[in-house]
Design a protein around this ligand. Structure first.
Ligand code: ADP
Ligand code: MG
Ligand code: ZN
Length: 561
């Protein structure tokens, strides 16, 4: 039997394994099951490709990446491995040819779309072939709560049941406790050996900043740090993908769009240009990127808030696979938070789904608003401890924090007043207008210039107030109501801020403090004299409500029914 190392050398042209690859490869070659958690770009493919070449028979690779199968097979063929694939894009003739090669023992690797395994003829076909192993790539697709769930992955238990002696290796770059557990259970990998690599990608610099003029901010990033570099820009909607790609092209940055609304041929053409040409910026929805192996992606930019830390980490992980310095840059604003909440509220999912989606969003927000090392937070999310990295924005320019209790109280009491006195809820923009004392038409229409919190927040700029709202949302001291209008309501935690028993630490928005007027010190931001009685009245009222109804007053404030 050829050794793993000689296959690595003669076929793939590498002289040594990386990290845990050698151990994983040995384990699978000797017939063991494995679950491999390794970050994007870590080198998962070799973990099954080498054993498939060493063991007799064909290695069957289950992958959701139908659009990439041809590329993967071409790449393997180019180095002299015998590979083929079976998926829905093929003609019956093409499929037949692959099946014949499989049965003749002429394939080292066979890529299969998961839905193929639901077809009994495929199962019968595999019965007649000699199988080296099953590799289940992107195994997190089996996790129902995850961002890439594929129902067909649930059917993969058939592999173990039907071919118990064929080793299985499941691989993913998504490694939270919960996903790990779900993969183990659903793929019945309890007896498999688990290989958990470090999730750190030290060459990636993580940066998150406030979103003001996103395209301008992006252009400045590209021009100052990444001129001529290949990059990926993620946007939430197809429309913003198109708009952003256009804007980049207009500014002389070669950019291509990619989203599910483009026809297959255009998508394939854009993807292949991105892979083959230098210095192309791919502007895409999250439909783009899984399995894309372009080593020199120098930056990944997010113009909208990702739905989860897992998604964010996978997407940013597409930068710097070659190990050279790369940037992960995210711009996010208050509107993102509101929008994401609305998307969750309007989604078809049941209550449990919405709860999970909210938890994912909360974790993402906490990452955005942290005053600590981003990498420490990211790795902690994946259950790994680390020291401050020195290569993220908060390490490089530690954000100042300040006592934001008083601004928080001003904001929260405005929400309280509107609800208690007028039975009204409003979005963040209007609440900020009230605090700033802006005489907008809406203000007059609702008579909100008569509120006692009108104009009590002029110590902060509008942008700074937006930062306060974002952070209170991130700290769950405020919430976006599920009414679909993005109105702001109190949470269970709000009461302790209002009654002064809880201090609020806020981070100073670096853009705001650099750009315009500086935030005054917390001491200078005392409540104006007129506002103090409000708190007294509030306290008395809350106590009264609590007495009458036997419930904490904030439940009444926040409850919109
Ligand atoms: P993953 O699937 O974990 O995201 P890939 O398997 O696509 O990562 O590998 C990422 C890149 O690293 C590829 O370009 C691959 O050729 C390279 N690579 C993987 N293992 C090695 C190794 N042992 N030596 C050199 N390069 C490697
Ligand atoms: Mg991969
Ligand atoms: Zn850091």
């Amino acid at each position: 039997m050829t050794s793993a190392l000689s296959v690595l050398d003669t076929v793939f042209g590498y002289d040594s394994f990386r990290g845990q690859q050698a151990e994983i490869v040995d384990h699978v070659i000797s017939g063991g099951d494995a679950l491999v958690l390794m970050p994007t770009g870590g080198g998962k493919s070799l973990c099954y490709q080498v054993p498939a070449l060493v063991r007799p028979g064909t290695g069957v690779v289950v992958s959701p990446l139908i659009a990439l199968m041809q590329d993967q097979v071409d790449a393997l063929t180019a180095v002299g491995a015998r590979a083929g694939f079976l998926n829905s894009t093929q003609s019956p003739d093409q499929r037949m040819a692959v099946e014949r090669a499989l049965l003749a023992g002429e394939l080292d690797l066979l890529y299969l779309a998961p839905e193929r395994l639901k077809v009994s003829s495929t199962l019968a076909l595999l019965d007649r072939a000699e199988l080296a192993l099953f590799a289940i790539d992107e195994a997190h697709c089996v996790a129902q709560w995850g961002h890439d769930f594929r129902p067909d992955y649930l059917g993969l238990t058939v592999l173990h049941e039907r071919w118990p002696s064929v080793p299985r290796i499941a691989l993913t770059a998504t490694a939270t406790e919960a996903t790990h557990r779900e993969i183990t259970e659903r793929l019945q990998l309890q007896d498999a050996r688990h290989f958990v690599a470090s999730f750190d990608r030290p060459n990636i610099q993580y940066r998150i900043e406030g979103k003001n003029e996103p395209v301008k901010q992006l252009l400045s990033l590209i021009r100052t740090e990444h001129p001529g570099d290949a990059g990926i820009v993620y946007c939430l909607s197809r429309a913003s993908v198109e708009k952003t790609a256009q804007a980049l092209n207009d500014a002389g940055v070669p950019a291509l769009p990619y989203h599910a609304g483009l026809d297959t041929a255009t998508r394939a053409a854009n993807q292949s240009r991105f892979l083959r040409e230098d210095g192309i910026v791919m502007v895409a929805t999250i439909a783009f990127g899984m399995g894309i192996d372009k080593p020199d992606v120098r930056f990944v930019a997010h113009l909208d808030l990702p739905k989860s830390v897992e998604g964010y980490y996978q997407e940013t992980g597409r930068a710097g696979r070659d190990g050279l310095p790369s940037t992960a840059w995210l711009a996010y604003g208050l509107q993102d938070v509101v929008q994401q909440r609305q998307l969750i509220d309007k989604s078809e999912g049941d209550a449990a789904f919405k709860r999970r989606a909210s938890q994912h969003l909360d974790a993402m927000l906490a990452l955005c608003e942290t005053i600590e090392c981003r990498r420490v937070q990211l790795l902690a999310y994946f259950g790994q401890q680390s020291e401050p990295c020195g290569n993220c924005d908060t390490c490089l320019t530690p954000p100042e924090s300040f006592d934001g209790t008083v601004p928080a109280q001003k904001l929260l009491s405005t929400v309280v007043r509107l609800w208690r006195e007028r039975h009204q809820r409003f979005g963040a923009g209007h609440l900020i207008d009230i605090l700033l004392g802006k005489q907008t038409p809406r203000m007059a229409q609702y008579g909100h210039d008569q509120l006692s919190t009108f104009g009590i927040g002029t110590e902060l700029s509008e942008q700074e107030w937006r930062g306060v709202v974002r952070q209170l949302l991130a700290q769950q001291l405020l919430a976006v109501h599920g009414d679909g209008y993005g109105t702001i309501v109190l949470t269970e935690g709000s009461a302790s801020v209002l009654n002064g028993s809880r201090q609020v630490r806020l981070r100073r928005d670096p853009v705001a403090s650099r750009g315009g007027r500086k935030l005054r010190s917390a001491a200078a931001a005392e409540l104006p004299s007129g506002a103090q009685p409000l708190f007294e009245r509030l306290r008395a009222w809350r106590a009264g409500v609590a007495r009458e109804q036997g419930v904490p007053a904030y439940v009444v404030f926040g409850d919109a029914t």
